[in-house]
Design a protein around this ligand. Sequence first.
Ligand SMILES: CC(=O)N[C@H]1[C@@H](OP(=O)(O)OP(=O)(O)OC[C@H]2O[C@@H](n3ccc(=O)[nH]c3=O)[C@H](O)[C@@H]2O)O[C@H](CO)[C@@H](O)[C@@H]1O
Ligand SMILES: C=C(OP(=O)(O)O)C(=O)O
Length: 451
Amino acid sequence: MTDDVLAVHGGTPLQGQIRVRGAKNLVSKAMVATLLGDTPSRLFDVPRIRDVEVVTGLLELHGVKVTRGDDDGELVFDPANVESASTDEINVHAGSSRIPILFCGPLLHRLGHAFIPDLGGCHIGPRPIDFHIQALRQFGAIVDKLPDGMHLTAPNGLHGTKLELPYPSVGATEQVLLTAVMAEGVTELRNAAVEPEIIDLICILQKMGAIITVHTDRVIEIHGVKRLRGYTHKPIPDRIEAASWAAAALATRGEIEVLGAGQADMMTFLNVFRSVGGEFEITDARVGREGVSAQEGGIRFWHPGGELNAVALETDVHPGFMTDWQQPLVVALTQARGLSIVHETVYEQRLGYTDALNSMGATIQVYRDCLGGTPCRFGRRNFKHSAVIAGPSKLHAADLVIPDLRAGFSHLIAALAAEGTSRVYGVDLINRGYEDFETKLAQLGARVERP
Ligand SMILES: CC(=O)N[C@H]1[C@@H](OP(=O)(O)OP(=O)(O)OC[C@H]2O[C@@H](n3ccc(=O)[nH]c3=O)[C@H](O)[C@@H]2O)O[C@H](CO)[C@@H](O)[C@@H]1O
Ligand SMILES: C=C(OP(=O)(O)O)C(=O)O
């Protein structure tokens, strides 16, 4: 633990330019999809993050050859020799990510059986996988949950089916897509998630030869095909990382241009950012010509000076305010005048990190009630899933232990906004979803060091 600590000297506004690459929550799924093709796939702009390492390891164990392409961030996946891996080898990755669950459909199609290790991911609620298992069983899979992991077979193949998710789960929707594309017949999925990362995954599958229609009202129809080929794809940018840096600009009264960030998939965030009092400008890409250099587009975020405004917001499935944006933004809300209300409706336990902010001088109270919005699944169920943030608060340095990915980034922002030197323990967790965050912090003038 002692190596895994960052000393953060707060009080300096972050200023400068950084770049985001392909979205963590798309890239890892795009990598799993390569198993379905019978020719190599090529993925650009892949960030160096822990989840990519885990999925690379799992693909390699299953015989996929993963090599670097010519471009920085380009990976090539050759699935010519997909093969079984031993449970012991696979279990090396137990508890490291949520992505292994998405190997079910592709491995059943390629090998007729699959073994899935225990999942990891952020501890922000119980995160059951009942929708996944129910869906796989409806396709015809036999699923056994054993102490060493999950074993699956499909003795009679996988067949298209009609499904309705109890809640528009991102992972369960991806599970259905990755299974249905090569199942025999038609699958109709109701109450599907339609996050931009899912639409991008559908684009990839379509490039591979899949037939998928996204109807209105969260209905997705998939016509199974017998074979899929490899794809070439540039993923959508990471809108969670982009929003995290935006929140950092606001909380530290700085200015950060996030190159590569896209406006369309961040509209809901941008509206809230503006309501809080943050300013932003969409910086369009410019093609180079004689005398004028090419310039990548992005979004420039800044604190315009003066006071920030309190807001009420509710996290929700797309096109709502993303739950993954919540934790970094709350740090900025500690600096807004008045009472802000945050109702977290996606995860039951995603407000635990507020204790750390309170230890730094913030005033955040959490409640079991559904505050400030529509009643959600967690109301009256004993989950503290609403927060009231009173501001502005002067933050002071503290010793902090990072509990999960986004809370980790929020701890970091709080330490950067605070007066004095904080010690942030467990920072390696941040590498799970933020590429080279220490280099980027240095680029932005943050005063941080490994003590
Ligand atoms: C790797 C990845 O892409 N992670 C994202 C993905 O997580 P993930 O795909 O795990 O999130 P889900 O959308 O599945 O989860 C949403 C809600 O559904 C519940 N649920 C889900 C599946 C299930 O079988 N049973 C069940 O009850 C969960 O406990 C949670 O309360 O979407 C979340 C919601 O946008 C994001 O916060 C995560 O960053
Ligand atoms: C919750 C998150 O990720 P995961 O699903 O990988 O735990 C996240 O990216 O904030």
